[in-house]
Design a protein around this ligand. Structure first.
Ligand SMILES: NC(=O)c1ccc[n+]([C@@H]2O[C@H](COP(=O)([O-])OP(=O)(O)OC[C@H]3O[C@@H](n4cnc5c(N)ncnc54)[C@H](OP(=O)(O)O)[C@@H]3O)[C@@H](O)[C@H]2O)c1
Length: 221
């Protein structure tokens, strides 16, 4: 019998990351839940992981290699929204840098650390946002939106770099979801947001790579 696929979800302590991790567990994956402050959660394998910290990411990769020898699914979900109430003319450099550190470099360093142990057929999903669409400009949360635009660009770069190894890399928008980040007014449930992310893992064909998706449909860059 085949071993279950091994999936790692970053930012799995709450919100969409937690929901995606639990849904993958229910589908029979071996699920590693990356958390900055580890707490037991059902049968998830808890891993201390701060994606903004190079050493933490390196240690996590080493732990997964030792325990499992491979990674089949990486969900780069961890994200911060620090400038929801700031405009582009007000946002300070520190806020901008901290946003990019987690939302862009966090996902990039995770891909760099884990790609060497990903087999053909593996998938990387970067949880992005419609806020990153250059085709739909807005004045809301400039650092956050720029970080998601950059994450989309990183997604395309990674997809090209990993194509020859048969590893698919996609960006997914979960829609506006009721989480700590999305707030109570958001129209979508956790389940709806998680389903949008799950699509890129369990439903998209292995040839689907380098795209930006919501609910299994392409989103304009
Ligand atoms: N909710 C929405 O409407 C919406 C819409 C579009 C895109 N998204 C994206 O979906 C993803 C999840 O959002 P959410 O709504 O579930 O947000 P959330 O409820 O605020 O949860 C964010 C998660 O990210 C973790 N995190 C933050 N910085 C981290 C770091 N440096 N290292 C590891 N984990 C870190 C948090 O961990 P702690 O518990 O330790 O803080 C938490 O688990 C984000 O990438 C977000 O941009 C959300």
């Amino acid at each position: 019998m085949n071993e279950p696929s091994v999936a790692l979800v970053t930012g799995a302590s709450r919100g969409l990351g937690r929901e995606v991790a639990l849904r993958l567990l229910a589908r029979g994956y071996t699920v590693i839940a990356g958390m900055r402050s580890p707490e037991p959660l059902m049968d998830l394998e808890i891993l201390t992981l701060d994606v903004a910290d190079e050493g933490s990411v390196r240690a996590a990769a080493e732990a997964v290699r030792t325990r499992h020898g491979r990674l089949d699914v990486l969900v780069n979900n961890a994200g911060v929204l620090l400038d929801a109430h700031l405009g582009v003319l007000e946002v300070d450099g520190d806020t901008f840098r901290r946003t990019l550190e987690t939302n862009v470099l966090g996902a990039l360093r995770m891909a760099q650390a884990f790609a060497p142990m990903m087999p053909p057929g593996a998938r990387i999903v970067n949880v992005s946002s419609g806020g990153g669409q250059l085709s739909e400009p807005s004045t809301w949360a400039p650092a956050y939106c720029v970080s998601k635009t950059a994450l989309n660009a990183v997604t395309v770069q990674l997809a090209e770099a990993l194509k020859s190894r048969g590893i698919a890399v996609n960006a997914v928008c979960p829609g506006w979801v009721r989480t700590d980040m999305g707030g109570p007014e958001a129209p979508r449930s956790l389940g709806q947001g998680a389903a949008s992310i799950l699509w890129a893992i369990t439903e998209a064909g292995p040839e689907v790579t380098g795209g930006f998706w919501r609910d299994g449909k392409p989103v304009a860059w």
